[in-house]
Design a protein around this ligand. Structure first.
Ligand SMILES: [Zn+2]
Length: 381
């Protein structure tokens, strides 16, 4: 899920193309004479030719200003492009600069990835919606992604909740109930198995996920940072206590509610019959889903934890999301900037994938089991 957020200083720093990252030309350089363009208002990157792609979402983080590094400017470079490159999300304020960013060809060699994997001791795996989609979890985003007549960005907001908490709770009740029939897929299982196996060898795997469905947890992943919260946690709107909650239904009034069909009428449940805080001393007030909503910022403590892990990792996998859109765009460049390998596992190819060392196209349920399988010489206790 894409969120609006205020990036912290480290993320901005990490997104700057460093001198050391200027590598060989991209595959399109010969036919267009172009380099890759970086949008000045989001992590989007696109070719400056007619092959440029449209922004994947209008909900990309508007606050993220991608800075360009003066060291990368090369006025004499025939492939230099005029800035600002601009994805259309907001008017660009910057003056025109000339920047040349030369990119490496990304490898799809599983054998080469496996060599990196064999040597790595601290692996961070950043996972996104694509991993959940392979388990059939609806995202309520993009073409056809509706609950009744709304998409996630219409309902997953503080404003929507304050205007109509009953409708928002129906939406989340439906999403919780849907998960009863969803199971982790082979990608989730490969990650969990890898964590357990490498843990016995003194090696560490950390999963940072934007997914709120707990399928990583269900697959057995323990070292997990759910940066957007969970469908199965609540937070009191008064005392702020966060609590696990696996009740089905979460409250009697939501029983049988939450149908997603377009013609369904709102249940209009009175607020006192919606999920309510039972914390001693609170006095009881409305609970909300413990999920990061559009317009909300990530918890600084979670960001710090992610930064700590990223600062020490020697291999980063980006699975089910692109490493140039949020949330991976916040994290993966930090790893690449230290010269560590980043590998994307995604259904899609994009011009931007050239920014990182590996890209494997296809379902994560197919690519990850092969990528994370034991090596012959692994010491397995
Ligand atoms: Zn409370």
């Amino acid at each position: 899920m894409y969120m609006y957020f205020k990036p912290h200083a480290n993320s901005l720093t990490a997104l700057k193309p460093l001198k050391s990252e200027i590598l060989e030309p991209p595959v399109h350089a010969a036919d267009t004479g172009s380099c890759l363009q970086y949008c000045t208002c989001c992590p989007h990157q696109q070719l400056s030719s007619s092959r440029a792609t449209a922004p994947a979402s209008r909900s990309l983080p508007q606050a993220l200003e991608l800075q360009t590094n003066p060291d990368a400017t090369s006025p004499d470079c025939p492939k230099s492009i005029d800035f600002p490159a601009y994805c259309g999300l907001k008017p660009s304020a910057s003056t025109r600069n000339r920047v040349c960013l030369k990119m490496a060809r990304t490898s799809s060699s599983m054998a080469d990835f496996r060599k990196c994997f064999a040597k790595s001791k601290h692996i961070v795996i950043i996972s996104g919606a694509g991993v959940s989609a392979e388990s059939g979890v609806p995202t309520f985003r993009g073409a056809g992604g509706y609950w009744r007549k709304w998409q996630a960005q219409d309902l997953a907001t503080p404003l929507a909740f304050s205007h109509n908490p009953s409708r928002v709770w129906e939406f989340y009740h439906y999403r919780r109930e849907v998960m009863v029939s969803k199971e982790p897929n082979a990608g989730h299982r490969a990650i969990a198995e890898c964590e357990a196996r490498l843990g016995k060898q003194g090696r560490r795997v950390m999963v940072i996920t934007q997914n709120i469905d707990e399928l990583h947890r269900k697959a057995g992943t323990r070292n997990l940072l759910e940066i957007h919260g969970s469908l199965f946690k609540t937070r009191c709107t008064s005392c702020g206590v966060v609590a696990e909650n696996y009740r089905s239904p979460i409250c009697p009034a939501l029983s049988g509610r939450g149908a997603p069909e377009p013609g369904t009428q709102d249940a209009n449940i009175p607020v006192e019959k919606l999920p309510w805080c039972e914390e001693a001393g609170c006095g009881g007030l409305l609970l909300r889903p413990y999920v990061l909503w559009f317009g909300e910022n990530l918890d600084p403590a979670i960001l710090e934890e992610a930064d700590r892990k990223l600062a020490h990792c020697d291999l980063c996998l980006v699975v089910g999301t692109s490493s140039v859109v949020y949330p991976a765009a916040m994290f993966a460049p930090q790893v690449a900037a230290r010269g560590m390998p980043v590998a994307e596992f995604n259904m899609e190819t994009t011009p931007a994938m050239n920014r990182f060392r590996f890209h494997f196209q296809g379902p994560c349920g197919t690519t990850l089991p092969e990528a994370l399988a034991p090596h012959e010489n692994e010491t397995i206790s």
